[in-house]
Write a protein that binds this ligand. Structure first.
Ligand code: BT5
Length: 258
């Protein structure tokens, strides 16, 4: 049972929708207070960043969107993705923590991935509505792969995984959802508590990033870049060291180069 104070205050469950983010946005535009969670068993237009597709077989996974109205400045919006990634990672650790052989490693990848055993198990998509420089609301979309095998989606399999693939058994999705909403709630309360808490969330997120210190390739909107992922800046950007200089990325995808 979800004992969350804000996230999951109200849960609306749907069968098939285009995208839970679209539906949540409709509720937010109509004045819905924060905390509403929309879930769907199937998305016909599930999406990632930059118009990419999010794919999950029907009735297998967690696909949810939350309406949030955090007191953040436009420059702090990246912290929503960070707190959500931490909450998802914490939830995965609670589930896989007991597995010793082989140990299952949970990590984060800049900017919005949660990895299990080095592969993407969850993705986060934050979309916002800004009015007169103020955040009106944020829609936090989370896709978490649960009870299917990536063998069924060969084009994703090299870089993606599911809980069932790693655990080799299925997982009760309702308890998983409850645990996720509780963890989101705890992190969300911290996010709203002030700059000090947000700075701690940033440091926690930074500490779990798998890519820092690695030679990486960044596919950015304006081209491909290679270098060393030196650090992340407080405003959420990736700092790539190349040819003796630091280049800052606010959007893109990172692959570790071996
Ligand atoms: C994301 O985008 O990772 C954000 C995904 C957010 C999905 C949720 S589901 C509920 C809510 N409603 C929505 O419509 N969306 C949100 P991005 O970093 O751009 O990654 C997208 C890329 O991940 C795709 O281009 C694929 O390569 C890959 N991908 C697609 N489906 C995947 C899956 N189930 N597991 C792992 N990788 C996947």
């Amino acid at each position: 049972m979800n004992a969350a104070q804000i996230t999951g205050r109200k849960i609306l469950r749907f069968g098939r929708v285009t995208s839970t983010n679209d539906l949540a946005r409709e509720f937010a535009d109509a004045g819905e207070p924060e905390g509403l969670v929309i879930t769907a068993e199937e998305q016909t237009g599930g999406r990632g960043r930059m118009g990419r597709k999010w794919i999950a077989p029907p009735r297998t996974s967690i696909q949810m969107s939350l309406v949030l109205r955090p007191p953040l400045a436009a420059s702090e919006l990246h912290s929503i993705t960070q707190m959500a990634a931490l909450a998802v990672a914490q939830t995965l650790r609670e589930i896989v923590g007991a597995v010793r052989e082989p140990p299952l490693h949970v990590a984060l990848k800049w900017p919005n991935d949660v990895l299990l055993s080095g592969k993407k198990c969850a993705g986060i998509l934050v979309e916002t509505s800004i009015e007169r420089d103020e955040l009106a609301y944020a829609i936090l979309g989370i896709g978490l792969n649960v009870n299917f095998s990536m063998r069924d989606i060969p084009e994703l399999a090299p870089h993606a995984t599911t809980l069932a693939d790693e655990l080799r058994h299925s997982v009760d999705r309702i308890s998983l959802e409850g645990a996720l909403l509780e963890n989101l709630d705890a992190y969300y309360l911290r996010l709203c508590a002030g700059e000090g808490e947000r700075a701690e969330i940033f440091q926690e997120w930074r500490a779990q990033l798998i890519t820092l210190g690695c030679a990486v390739r960044v596919a950015a909107p304006d081209g491909m870049y290679e270098g060393v992922a030196a650090d992340v800046s407080a405003d959420g950007a990736l700092l790539l060291r190349r040819e003796g200089e630091l280049k800052k990325f606010y959007a893109g995808d990172v692959t570790i180069v071996r």
